[in-house]
Design a protein around this ligand. Structure first.
Ligand SMILES: Cc1cc2nc3c(=O)[nH]c(=O)nc-3n(C[C@H](O)[C@H](O)[C@H](O)COP(=O)(O)OP(=O)(O)OC[C@H]3O[C@@H](n4cnc5c(N)ncnc54)[C@H](O)[C@@H]3O)c2cc1C
Length: 448
């Protein structure tokens, strides 16, 4: 019997009273995420499998599991709903996958507007409880209905609401968290303030989050609108104007070049052929002040739903990276890029890239706040040909001053700032001395 086989047998014996999963089909599912959006990542992750999986129901279970992995030298990869795009929860070295989806407690303090949640809670479920108390999440990805809050904090970055609150990692968007270490006797670290940097967007390499404290924002009944334009740059400049107008209360500004709207089958009646589209979430009093901007940019409202006619998030699943999901169901050769364009009210670089790449890199903007200003983020669709061509497109954007968090890379650093974050390496050193947590994903750890 190999060391790993015998270690796994010991691990299973130690945790036999918990919800252990060894069925091959389930293990395959629990070992994958949405890295198949990338033709570069797909072959890297395709054959990676956990040896076993487990589903804890409370923090005490998590502590026992972390201790057992440490004792028996078993790699431990944490998983929320598995909707990440970069193989974040794919166990590169096998071992144990810990599925957090059964830890779903949600408490809202209606005095302070703070949510205290377990990591497996779905974001839509948090809002369902918060809204009757007058609050909602500051931001959420377009996988709001399916993804877990722990997975978003550990693997996501921004989404609806980012036009007001910026990126998840911006100061104040998370107040605190409880993190379990992977040691002989796992500790509970309570992190807040600047210490959070080691744990946010760390892909579960620096500890296991068992609880989060999130500041909420006052709830608003959102209306949803679709506005169409003959020319993409009119739509883009309209988006920037709305982003900058303080009289318009908004949560989502999505700008889509044709043919992206053609991929949204259920919306075809309100998306005229050949037109660029803007998808908006605004509050009802903001609809009147939108009109002059619509006229100035030659737009036309093709669909409008008041808060009473919509759940408020009916358009969300056509925005952010859901656009790629819809496009790939029509044409699986499409992949995507992520970009943050520099601040420029005229959007000159957006226009240059739109004109340079035509239908090879199809423009999709999502406006977000960076400190005091708003900027266009982008999740462009890319008609993939070769890895070299993709690298050329990325480098060309970077040379022109755009920032690319590369969605075709699997390490924390390469998919983000490209820099090794000393806070994450320092936290890993104390929380995971054997390097068992999600091995291979933190480049700064032992020079990986
Ligand atoms: C169609 C589509 C649209 C998307 N849109 C967006 C978007 O708008 N914005 C965005 O930011 N992302 C987006 N994503 C990516 C992803 O859906 C989100 O980041 C989501 O929040 C991840 O949550 P999850 O529960 O699926 O996490 P998982 O994919 O399961 O995990 C993500 C990472 O978090 C780690 N992790 C999970 N739970 C814990 C825990 N308790 N402790 C420590 N580490 C943990 C995992 O190890 C992994 O590294 C999209 C993906 C798809 C497929």
């Amino acid at each position: 019997m190999s060391d790993l086989t015998s270690n796994l047998a010991h691990l299973q014996a130690d945790l036999a009273d918990l919800d252990l999963i060894s069925d091959a089909t389930q293990l395959s599912k629990l070992s994958q995420d949405y890295a198949h959006f990338s033709p570069i990542l797909q072959p890297i992750v395709a054959d990676k499998r956990a040896d076993i999986a487990i589903r804890p129901t409370c923090e005490a279970d998590v502590i026992r599991i972390a201790a057992a992995c440490y004792r028996h030298d078993i790699p431990l990869t944490i998983r929320g709903a598995g909707t990440g795009n970069y193989g974040q929860c794919v166990p590169f070295e096998g071992g144990l996958v810990m599925d957090m989806s059964a830890m779903t407690a949600i408490e809202i303090d209606s005095q302070s507007g703070i949510a205290i949640v377990e990591p497996g809670a779905k974001m839509a479920a948090i809002d369902r409880i918060a809204k009757p108390q007058g609050y909602e999440l500051r931001m959420a990805p377009s996988t709001y209905r399916t993804a877990t809050i722990g997975g978003f904090i550990s693997g996501g970055s921004c989404g609806m609401g980012s036009i007001n609150h910026g990126m998840l990692s911006d100061p104040g968007n998370i107040l605190g968290l409880r993190l379990i270490t992977c040691e002989a006797q796992p500790r509970i670290l309570e992190l807040s303030g600047t210490d959070l940097a080691g744990a946010i967007h760390a892909y579960g390499t620096t500890g296991i989050i068992t609880q989060l404290q999130l500041p909420l924002t006052p709830a608003i009944d959102w209306s949803e609108l679709i506005i169409c334009f003959d020319h993409f740059m009119d739509a883009a400049r309209f988006g920037q104007a709305i982003a900058d107008d303080p009289n318009i209360t908004k949560k989502l500004i999505t700008v889509l070049a044709w043919p992206i709207p053609s991929y949204f089958t259920p919306l075809q009646a309100v998306l005229p052929p050949g037109k660029a589209a803007v998808l908006l979430m605004v509050d009802e009093p903001s609809i009147a002040p939108l009109q002059p901007w619509i006229e100035q940019h030659n737009g036309q409202i093709t669909d409008q739903k008041t808060a009473a006619q919509t759940t408020g998030t009916m358009l969300l699943e056509y925005t952010w990276n859901h656009t790629t999901l819809h496009a790939r169901s029509s044409d699986p050769t499409l992949t995507y890029l992520q970009t943050i364009f520099p601040r420029d009210p005229d959007l000159k670089l957006v226009e240059e890239m739109y004109q340079t790449y035509g239908t090879e890199v199809i423009m999709h903007l999502e406006f977000l706040r960076r400190g005091d200003i708003t900027v266009p983020g982008a999740l462009q669709l890319v008609r993939f040909t070769t890895a070299d061509r993709l690298t050329h497109i990325i480098q060309h954007h970077e040379q022109q001053g755009a920032f690319i968090p590369n969605p075709h890379a699997y390490t924390v650093e390469d998919g983000g700032s490209k820099q090794i974050d000393p806070a994450k390496v320092a936290l890993k050193r104390q929380a995971d001395p054997k390097g068992l947590l999600n091995p291979g994903k933190l480049r700064g750890w032992k020079g990986e």
